[in-house]
Design a binder for this molecule. Structure first.
Ligand code: UGA
Length: 431
């Protein structure tokens, strides 16, 4: 995900650099070269199309691109070995990050490179990965070829990736202060960013600190979401308004207002994986209490989704068959607004549970395809219908559940909606 937007911005800002994006997935590269890019991101389409005519190339010829490059950015996928769920409990094995793709790339780079290169780690990785990549490269390098590995974590958010890349809060470049080669490599990468990022926003540090800063940033953001979600449980019992409580807390400039929106829980490819990685790190360093502290952020996240489902089930408990046979309109399926990404989406957990209890779902999401939704739910079309717009999803339903905070759901004409629903009609807002 990171590779495409990052490359597009570097090529746009540094006209003297040729950026070649390589992937072994030929279909994906063909999509990058077509009118239908493989990821949806505001502003990406026009940027890629413009840069493709200049200094941005997409290719499956990995070896020759690697051999020609002076700097290689590793942005491969690093999924959790854990199941893709927020409801499940964490096994120790499930806390590890799958680094196979990173290792394979390091091995391949060493094998094909005839000249020395800088290798930049941009994938989100457990602490210590830069050192591991350095070791693989050193062990497999051809005679006379030297590699210098830097850590350069990415902080972009899906849905605002281009803006985040163009105007970052900070850029972190991790290297080794003791090693002259590493210092030179850090200054080369810094030079690229200096094309558009003010110098004071470019922070250089050692590789461990860089890797840990990335994990900690995501962990702290996720922790805020779990914190506000934990308070929402209290609000639901005492009748307080979580939006007002969040406004009251966020107005304190030391707390700040961002990431205090109560929700179904955080999803996406990063928060869950990074906290899991932090928990794993704490365990392996002999810090069980600190591991437990971070594990609770995940536990509260799973609990939030469960509480939401329970609330729906409890509401229908007085019907003869409960929710079984009821029609539930699901608004949204992606893990957040502004993206079609469904990785770790809490919406899927909610839908799966409702299907398990026999509900019929009509689902609408502005960006997630029918195929993706059905694949994610691992179900046939019997209990699930995918709709083209929110109104047809809601028509003749017994309940509407808002699963993703898409702006267009705020514009829904509820008077019109109510006329088309069965009675009694319920709305559950998960966002
Ligand atoms: C997150 C970080 O925000 C980025 O800085 C980081 O670079 C990225 O992970 C990454 O490591 O790649 P992202 O996962 O794209 O970005 O999305 P966020 O906007 O952070 O949202 C994550 C989840 O938290 C979403 O499910 C969102 O709905 C939820 N959320 C966010 C809330 O429930 N409440 C909030 O107040 C904010």
């Amino acid at each position: 995900y990171v590779g495409g937007p990052t490359s597009a911005v570097i090529s746009a800002k540094c006209s003297e650099i040729t950026v070649t994006v390589v992937d072994k997935d030929a279909e994906r590269i063909a999509a990058w070269n077509s009118d239908n890019l493989p990821v949806y991101e505001p502003g990406l389409d026009s940027l890629v199309k413009k840069q493709r005519t200049k200094n941005l190339l997409f290719s499956t010829d990995i070896k020759s691109a690697v051999d020609r490059a002076q700097m290689i950015i590793l942005a491969v996928n690093t999924p959790s070995i854990a199941a893709d769920t927020t409801l499940g409990s964490e096994s120790p094995r499930g806390l590890q990050t799958d680094l196979r793709a990173v290792k394979q790339c390091a091995q391949m780079i060493a094998e094909v490179s005839l000249e020395s290169k800088i290798v930049v780690g941009k994938s989100t990785v457990p602490c210590g990965t830069s050192r591991m990549v350095q070791e693989i490269l050193d062990k497999n390098a051809r005679g006379g070829v030297e590699f210098t590995v830097l850590s350069n974590p990415e902080f972009l958010s899906e849905g605002s990736a281009i803006q985040d890349l163009l105007f970052p809060d900070r850029v972190i470049i991790g290297g080794s202060a003791q090693d002259a080669n590493s210092q030179w490599a850090q200054s080369e990468l810094k030079w690229i960013y200096q094309h558009w990022v003010p110098e004071h926003k470019i922070l250089t540090m050692d590789r461990w600190s860089s890797e840990l800063a990335k994990l900690s940033s995501n962990a702290m953001l996720a922790q805020r979401v779990s914190s506000i979600n934990s308070i929402s449980a209290i609000c639901e019992i005492v009748g307080a308004d979580i939006t007002q409580v969040a406004a009251g807390c966020g107005a304190d400039s030391r707390v700040g207002s961002m990431f205090l929106r109560a929700s179904l829980g955080f999803g996406g490819s990063c928060f869950h994986k990074d906290i899991a990685s932090l928990v794993w790190l704490c365990q392996s360093l002999g810090l069980p209490e600190i591991a437990e502290y971070w594990r609770q952020v995940l536990a509260i996240n799973g609990l939030q989704t469960k509480r939401f489902v329970s609330r729906i089930l409890d509401t229908f408990a007085s019907s003869p068959k409960g929710i079984c046979g009821k029609r539930v309109a699901c608004l949204g399926f992606s893990y957040k607004e502004g993206t079609g990404d469904t990785r770790n989406t809490p919406a899927a957990d909610v839908c799966r549970e409702l299907i398990r209890y026999g509900a019929h779902l009509s689902i609408f999401d502005p960006k997630v395809s029918e195929h993706h939704i059905l694949e994610k739910l691992d179900t046939g079309a019997d209990s699930v219908q995918i709709c083209e717009d929110p109104y047809s999803a809601i028509s003749e339903s017994d309940a509407v559940i808002v699963l993703t905070a898409w702006a267009e759901f705020r514009e829904i004409d509820w008077k019109r909606v109510l006329k088309s629903m069965n009675r009694p009609a319920f709305v559950f807002d998960g966002q």
